[in-house]
Design a protein around this ligand. Structure first.
Ligand code: ADP
Ligand code: GLC
Length: 471
């Protein structure tokens, strides 16, 4: 089977969040199962991509309305990535350091998708499956089915994964001319709320739709940022497949980003070196329990609650709190300003830092995830594997991966995304930490939980196989 993943992110080439981790790991596991797996993504000017070696495989031109864009398909020469990677190079449009946040993002998303399809049209060997990720690639299932130019590709089954339904990539109709000619009777397939909606188009046109946890799939039926009715209507072809993590890269015994490596049998003696490093680096007290947060500072993650959580929990508990993230400027400023008030027990690192995130997973005692919406969440799985007890709100993938200690589980869960609920959970964490015997038992237990893609990658393979038999 020949599988093609199309995505705007893929670790380690370009990462903004969990989408990159998934597209950097799932194909690796599928490749190890013996399939031919290819990933196609934009060529950005990220540090990894600009240093990488590649060969130019194909060239062509696409048309976005009146503007022509020449492109190259650059094949990455990096065998250790674990799958074949093709990079779409469009000078001045895609080759920028930042993945998102440009005023011409819509043009960039559409141009990328047109290149993928134009390239497939040129190629002799076409994939058995095209697996598209998130709204940036959501027009592909529609274009394959309805654009005259891509009729040769019509029989390739498409799978579309919703990583986050909050982001839908809406496009106003004055940009309709960017799309190649298609059967105009089918225009309704693009539409949602009088806009072109790539996420909605993908849900309507992909052969199968998945999302990244079973609970999130259920939640989407009632809350999908306006698409709940559509998801209920398309329910029969939708399935929740829980994400996995790349247990080869995320391994406490070999992770080169950690200060000290450890395993279950040495967790008590060696893991503490990582905590001590964090405490020295950020002026914290290593004798006290360390509660951390890592993530995008956005409403969905409950980021607006964090400043009050920090304030209240530090006032009433003898703990340290360490934050790593960036996003909403007001939240960033409030979290920064608390450094003076709680000097010696609190620190905020504003920004993105992959290495620091690994040391936090490998040194924190607890990891906070007060998410309002969490389609899957990878942080809690990294925390479990690295021995940090997750404190999560019961939602989406968090509900599917963390069981409360009160229910014979291994984490701390709360129902509401409120300051009170999170602070109550932190107090439960403090109580657990004070019983070191129990804390250490749970820590060793969580490190054994298997969240590798071995568990879930097969579910995708079964979906692909069921679609290929239809062709
Ligand atoms: P989302 O994709 O919604 O941001 P996930 O939990 O799926 O959430 O994945 C987030 C990924 O991004 C994890 O690998 C996490 O460690 C990483 N991450 C998030 N924020 C930062 C940051 N500021 N620095 C380093 N890594 C981060
Ligand atoms: C999205 C979601 C996150 C999920 C990730 C990978 O970014 O917000 O919950 O883990 O995609 O699927």
């Amino acid at each position: 089977m020949n599988i093609l993943h199309t995505s705007f992110e893929c670790y380690p080439l370009a990462k903004v969040g969990g989408l990159a981790d998934v597209v950097g790991a799932l194909p690796k596991f599928q490749h190890d199962f013996g399939f031919e797996v290819n990933v196609i993504m934009p060529f950005y000017n990220t540090p990894f991509i600009t240093k990488a070696k590649y060969t130019v495989n194909d060239e062509g031109t696409i048309q976005l309305g009146d503007i022509s864009y020449a492109y190259e398909i650059r094949e990455l020469s990096s065998p250790d990535i674990g799958f074949n990677t093709y990079l779409v190079y469009i000078p001045h449009l895609l080759d920028r350091p930042e993945v998102y946040g440009h005023k011409d993002d819509i043009e960039r998303f559409i141009a990328f998708q047109l290149v993928v399809l134009d390239w497939l049209n040129l190629k002799k060997g076409i994939p058995d499956i095209i697996h598209c990720h998130d709204h940036h690639t959501g027009l592909i299932p529609f274009l394959i089915a309805n654009a005259y130019q891509f009729q040769n590709l019509k029989n390739i089954p498409t799978v579309f994964t919703i990583h986050n339904a909050q982001y839908q990539g809406q496009i106003s109709y004055d940009k309709l001319h960017y799309l190649p000619d298609f059967d105009k009777n089918k225009i309704g397939l693009l539409d949602w709320d009088q806009q072109i909606n790539p996420l909605a188009a993908a849900i309507k046109c992909a052969w199968r739709v998945t999302t990244v946890s079973p609970s999130y799939m259920e939640e989407l039926q009632n809350s999908a940022n306006g698409l709940e009715g559509l998801l209920r209507h398309e329910k029969a072809k939708c399935q929740g497949v829980l994400n996995g993590i790349d247990t080869k890269s995320w391994d406490t015994e070999t992770d080169t980003m950690l200060i000290e490596n450890y395993k279950i049998s040495t967790v008590v003696s060696k893991r503490t070196t990582n905590k001590e490093w964090l405490c020295n680096e950020f002026n914290l007290d290593s004798s006290k329990p360390l509660f951390c947060f890592i993530g995008r500072l956005v409403y969905e993650k409950g980021a607006d609650l964090l400043p009050d959580i920090v304030e209240e929990s530090l006032q009433s508990n003898d703990i340290n709190v360490l934050m790593l993230g960036s996003g909403n400027k007001e939240v960033e400023e409030r979290l920064e300003s608390l450094k003076d008030t709680f000097s010696g027990r609190y620190h905020m690192y504003t920004g993105y830092n992959e290495r620091l995130s690994h040391i936090i997973y490998g040194g924190a005692d607890f990891l906070l995830m007060p998410s309002r919406v969490e389609p899957c969440g990878l942080n809690q799985m990294y925390a479990l594997r690295y021995g940090a007890i997750p404190i999560v709100r019961r939602t989406g993938g968090l509900k599917d991966t963390v069981v409360d200690i009160g229910d014979n589980g291994f984490g701390i869960c709360h129902n509401q995304a409120t300051v009170q609920d999170v602070c109550y959970s932190i107090r439960r964490g403090v109580a657990l930490y004070s019983d070191q015997k129990k804390y250490r038992e749970i820590q060793q237990e969580i490190m054994k939980i298997d969240h590798s893609w071995n568990r879930s990658a097969n579910q995708y393979v079964n979906i692909y196989k069921s679609l290929i038999t239809l062709t």
